[in-house]
Ligand binder design. Structure first.
Ligand SMILES: C[S@@+](CC[C@H](N)C(=O)[O-])C[C@H]1O[C@@H](n2cnc3c(N)ncnc32)[C@H](O)[C@@H]1O
Ligand code: SF4
Length: 461
């Protein structure tokens, strides 16, 4: 039988048996391993070393501000209607850009450039223009660079969409979450249908190459019936990519979520029915399952990269720019270099204070040893390709795969018996039914999470 990574099968029993909390593996080791072992000095040294690899650059900018609070939100946000908060933030962002870029070889090209948040369109046009100009002034952009932005559809008009395209953005992403007015009210995010359909029309007229929309399942008052309507409307919208996130309900970490009435959350079985329906409807409509929570049109770059085994995963999720090293700017941003991950200060005050001292505002991170790098490769190959070819790992790291992962291969036998994977002498294939549980397969190779019994993650499904 031919192996197609996009084939996915919803197996209710298997999901019920295996759906245990596990990391999302946007990195390995995960952010749970970050500590103060990485400071600005170590990071700066690693930035300088990274020039030897001559790897291209991926730049991420975190704009934390939002006009109002969506009660479900688990992102790092600052809710404020006082727009004057942006000016000092930009000033410090420029300082950080200048500082970091001064250590980087100017021949390294930017192949990926992203504004996320929060809400980047919280900034006014002049502010957006100045940030874009500053970036272009300090870095050399590849002519095919992927230049993307996340927007909140409630705070943009037609002119605003065209402005972003003219500025240079070629990809755009926005949140819908759910079309149902009752759900929208419960999560404090009202966005009428007309508004969404208009935005989509304008992004097409403006010529964006790829448009993504976000949905969340598991929100209060959602039912199979109401979410079916949301999925059908989304298909009608015809985006290139769709992210369907499982609601990460973590009120112990995100106090904002205490506004959510717990009793209104759909029960576990309803959520599974919703997920099954969503996968069936999206794949029947021609979307390809990329992995985890992502779907794309077959001709979208993500789907092409999946077919060609060049798909990659980093703190921003799935990406096509495998060789690039990620530099994060702004409060809470994470940088991901070959052998170090480093996060900026979360509190804006701390972030500003560090830059006042003229240092890169790193608060914590993790250094990767050789074993971490091998395991990261294994986990990322599983997450992105659903097929792990042992020889690729053996040749890259000069190890005997079966010997190195002897105990993991033993543990995997149970997963094979249950139908999540097939183990062959030369490879491990994740079955279509196992693909929805990829986090629970990947965790077998994660020595840190396995060592911690009481870790609290959001549930995988
Ligand atoms: C930075 S926002 C997107 C841009 C813009 N701020 C907006 O809301 O339209 C990132 C996305 O994360 C997702 N998200 C936020 N909190 C979440 C949670 N608790 N569980 C699952 N997904 C969540 C939402 O789908 C949201 O669209
Ligand atoms: S979902 Fe978007 S708009 Fe809402 S609070 Fe989170 S980042 Fe802000």
């Amino acid at each position: 039988m031919s192996f197609l990574p996009q084939d996915v099968k919803f197996d209710m029993e298997l999901i019920k048996k295996y759906d245990k909390p596990a990391p999302r593996y946007t990195s390995y080791p995960t952010a749970a391993e970050f500590s103060q072992e990485v400071n600005h000095e170590i990071f700066t040294q690693k930035v300088v070393e990274s020039n030897q690899r001559k790897s291209p650059l991926s730049l991420y900018f975190h704009i934390p501000f939002c006009e109002s609070a969506c009660h479900f939100c688990a992102c790092n946000v600052i809710i404020s209607r006082r727009k004057e908060v942006v000016e000092p933030y930009l000033e410090y962002l420029f300082k950080e850009l200048e500082k970091t870029s001064s250590f980087l070889d100017e021949n390294r090209k930017v192949v990926q450039y992203h504004w996320g948040g929060g809400t980047p369109n919280y900034m006014d046009k002049n502010q957006m223009e100045s940030l874009f100009k500053k970036s272009k002034q300090l870095f050399d952009f590849d002519k095919d660079a992927e230049i993307s932005i996340e927007i909140d559809p409630r705070y943009i008009d037609k002119e605003g969409i065209f402005f972003l395209r003219e500025l240079g953005f070629n990809r755009l992403s926005f949140g819908i979450q759910d079309f149902d007015p009752k759900v929208q009210k419960a999560v404090n995010r009202i966005q009428p249908e007309d508004m969404i359909f208009n935005i989509m029309k304008w992004t097409r007229e403006a010529g964006f190459e790829s448009v993504n929309i976000d949905l969340i399942y598991g929100l209060p008052y959602q039912t199979l019936e109401t979410f079916t309507d949301t999925v059908e409307k989304t298909i009608k919208l015809n985006p290139d990519r769709i992210a369907v996130f499982n609601f990460a309900y973590v009120p112990w970490l995100k106090p904002l979520q205490r506004n959510i009435i717990e009793e209104a959350l759909p029960p576990a079985q309803e959520k599974l029915d919703i997920l099954k329906m969503t996968i069936e409807k999206l794949t029947n409509a021609g979307y390809v399952f990329i992995g985890m929570d992502h779907f794309a049109k077959p001709n979208d770059e993500l789907a092409v990269a999946q077919r060609e085994r060049t798909l990659h995963r980093n703190f921003q999720g799935y990406t096509t720019k495998a060789g690039a090293e990620l530099f994060g700017f702004g409060a809470t941003s994470i940088s991901m270099l070959h052998d170090v991950y480093a996060q900026n200060y979360k509190k804006i005050r701390d972030y500003y204070n560090a830059l006042d001292k003229n240092i890169i505002p790193i608060s914590r991170g993790v250094l990767l040893n050789e074993d971490d790098i091998i395991r990261r490769d294994v986990i990322m190959k599983l997450m992105c390709h659903f097929r792990l070819i042992k020889d690729e790992i053996q040749r890259a790291y000069n190890i005997d795969f079966d010997e190195y992962f002897k105990s993991e291969l033993e543990e995997l036998k149970q997963l094979e018996q249950d139908g999540l994977i097939n183990i062959y002498p030369d490879r491990i294939d994740v079955t279509p039914a196992g693909r929805l549980l990829i986090r629970n397969i990947a965790v077998i190779f994660d020595i840190y999470t396995k060592a911690k019994k009481e870790q609290k993650f959001s549930k995988a499904i």
